[in-house]
Design a protein around this ligand. Structure first.
Ligand code: 6R9
Length: 650
């Protein structure tokens, strides 16, 4: 981006919180004032949500920026905070996890049972020689053992690194190597799309590439045949036979909790390091504040995979530290049919649902009649994370899932931020569809131009974080220099998030996608998000991805890949007419500068495992290049489909 980002769209709809929710909300508007008057005191108060074995003597040490220390001198045990203390408070029989396997098998794990399992796993890891500071890789499907394994590591002070089940041998082997891990926890396989999908062969190959891994713990989930090596141990023959008592030791507030790798588009993956006290404080507080969680009555469901930071912060650490009852689902949303999510909401009476825009747009594509078949009246708060949510997808979510009653919290954050940073509060904010609205209490956010100056309302630029926050990444594992270069060097004294954003006339924040994706068309910086949202606002479109492709006259030209809604006819002339209509629709909505040069109708878009559109690959297609790095692509067949579709279209 050379100057500021063009502000093309304008959205005027606004939805105030329901009166009863506002009247009983966990967090009110006062929190903003409190945090504004003394930010550090505000965070110190939130840290009191946790049980500390030793109190801290300093809230924040920022004497050596950008290396932060929060709650200095304090000690606590994360697993104790997420499990033991709820049992000690008499809530042992309370359900922690309603687990739903893809084939329909279920398990109910109470807090007392969770304590037993975590203690057993902690004892087993200790028996295998894992001690505080060692790294353990976790490569599991969405089964309760995934949460158990993470908590067991945290309990003994081992640093976990979860890798998406289904990532390639290469991806796993690089991460094992970079983290210098000693143990891998995996399973024979998991269920995906109605059949068992193997995990163990990938682990075998990745482990054989190095000599670091000493033991592999294997959960039996599918019962499929597995090869066995001298390093392997069955979970049910070790963990489930181990002593169910384990005394949790406290660790320093800055003790490393986990490393989570973000793919990045170039170079080797970055190991984002999170530590203990500040991370748990902010995940716990934000889960309480943003979802208005009432642990006695709510049933919470986050549909993320634990291989994504959302699974770490909002399936494991946030909800469990708050004593929530939650649903955990193993499989895909269309198995056995496209109503599976709504059937789960109906069955468990889910009251808080946290999912991703990609899913909402997929549901839009599948049709309104599917959610309409289910009783969704238990829902009271809906959340979104992972990408900008297009205003039309937001409205669809509210109408067809929230039945026009529920507030929607669009939560902006990153692996690096550890917890939610920008979001409405469901009992306070009158939210606008498509906007993440404002920084949470205690968080400093600004949108700046390329000179580092804050843009006025109505302007767009770079999103930065102006104050250190408790759950911030502490560094990139083993690479302090890259940490400084990537996040703290572009602008003096602030954290550069890599996202474009704008402030509307009221100062509300609109996220506009990664700045690497911004298009430069005839001298105008145009965000992919605004053009995609304009396309999605057309009644025939479910999903769209937009890229800037090199163009001899305009520098870059807008190329759009568009998925039509389920019932739309795209054959022959109807398809041609739709494309023409869509180009005009964008020009009408955003202005002629945003009119796509080319629109292709496609059946799927390339996405990461966490559901983000991989525009980089589409740019390769649009510019007739061979595809770059595809290791984090969810489904590699998608690119073949798009490329061959384009060839036949030409
Ligand atoms: C939690 C997570 C981070 C990037 C981030 C941004 C995008 C996430 C968003 C959003 C607009 C939201 N992003 N939430 N963009 N609105 N509500 O997604 O972490 O996988 O590290 O991705 O995702 O571009 O910079 P991570």
């Amino acid at each position: 981006m050379s100057e500021t980002l063009e502000n093309l769209s304008s959205e005027t709809r606004q939805f105030p919180p329901p009166a009863d929710l506002a009247a009983n909300a966990n967090v009110t508007a006062e929190a903003y004032e409190e945090a504004a008057s003394d930010r550090l005191a505000f965070w110190a108060k939130q840290a009191e949500r946790l049980t500390w074995a030793k109190p801290w003597h300093q809230i924040l040490d920022w004497s050596n920026p950008p290396f932060a220390k929060w709650f200095v001198g304090g000690e606590l045990n994360i697993a104790y905070n997420c499990v033991d203390r709820h049992v000690e408070a008499g809530n042992g029989d309370k359900v922690a996890i309603h687990w739903e396997g893809e084939p329909g098998d279920t398990r109910t794990v109470t807090y007392a049972e969770l304590l037993k399992l975590v203690s057993q796993a902690a004892n087993t890891l200790t028996d295998l020689g894992v001690t505080a500071g060692d790294r353990v890789m976790i490569y599991l499907p969405m089964i309760p053992e995934a949460a158990v394994a993470m908590l067991a590591c945290a309990r003994i002070g081992a640093t976990h690194s979860v890798v998406f089940g289904g990532f390639s041998v290469d991806a796993l082997a690089t991460r094992i190597d970079d983290a210098d891990a000693k143990v891998v926890i995996t399973a024979d396989g998991g269920y995906r799309r109605g059949k068992p999908s193997a995990l163990k062969p990938t682990v075998d190959e990745a482990v054989a590439r190095g000599d670091r891994i000493e033991h592999v713990l294997v959960v039996r989930r599918t019962g499929q045949e597995v090869a066995w090596t001298a390093k392997d141990k069955w979970w049910h023959e070790t963990v489930e036979q181990a002593s169910p008592t384990h005394e949790a030791q406290p660790f320093d507030s800055e003790h490393p909790l986990f490393i989570l790798y973000t793919s990045g588009t170039t170079g080797k993956p970055k190991g984002i390091l999170h530590t203990t006290g500040g991370y748990l404080t902010q995940t716990s507080y934000t889960h309480h504040a943003v979802f208005d969680l009432k642990p006695e009555t709510d049933v919470y469901w986050c549909t993320a995979d634990i291989g994504w930071v959302t699974g770490h912060s909002y399936i494991v650490y946030g909800p469990l530290s708050n004593g929530a009852t939650q649903v955990m689902y193993e499989g895909t949303p269309d198995t056995p049919d496209r109503g599976r999510f709504w059937q789960i909401v109906d069955k468990y009476k889910v009251s808080i649902l946290y999912t991703a825009p990609t899913l909402i747009r997929t549901m839009m594509k599948w049709g309104d009649d599917i959610p309409a078949k289910y009783d969704l009246s238990s829902l009271r708060v809906l959340g979104s994370v992972g990408e900008p949510i297009n205003p039309e997808a937001w409205i669809w979510y509210r109408e067809h899932v929230g039945r026009e009653r529920t507030p929607i919290v669009d939560t902006w954050w990153q692996t690096e931020t550890g917890a939610i940073m920008i979001s409405p509060l469901p009992g306070v904010t009158a939210a606008k569809p498509g906007s993440a609205m404002t920084a949470l209490p205690g968080i400093g956010v600004e949108v700046i131009d390329d000179q580092g100056q804050p843009v006025p309302n109505g302007g767009g630029g770079f999103l930065v974080l102006t104050e250190p926050w408790p759950s911030m990444l502490r560094t990139i594992w083993g690479d302090d220099k890259r940490f400084i270069d990537t996040y703290w060097s572009r602008f003096e004294g602030v954290y550069f998030a890599g996202d474009g954003a704008k402030k509307d006339e009221d100062g509300a924040l609109w996220l506009l996608g990664r700045v690497d994706d911004v298009m430069l068309v005839s001298g105008h910086n145009i965000s992919t998000t605004e053009v995609e949202s304009a396309l999605v606002s057309h009644p025939s479109v479910a999903e769209a991805a937009v890229v800037g492709a090199a163009d001899p006259t305009t520098g870059q030209a807008i190329v759009a890949f568009t998925i039509p809604r389920g019932n739309v006819d795209t054959a022959g002339e109807a398809g041609e007419a739709l494309i023409k209509d869509l180009r005009n629709h964008v020009a009408k909505t955003l202005g002629p500068i945003a009119k796509p040069r080319q629109i292709m109708l496609v059946a799927e878009l390339p996405k990461t495992r966490s559901g983000k559109i991989m525009r980089r690959l589409l740019r390769d297609v649009a510019e007739n290049r061979s595809l770059g790095d595809v290791t984090t692509l969810q489904d590699s067949a998608v690119m073949d489909l798009i490329s061959s579709g384009l060839k036949t279209a030409k």
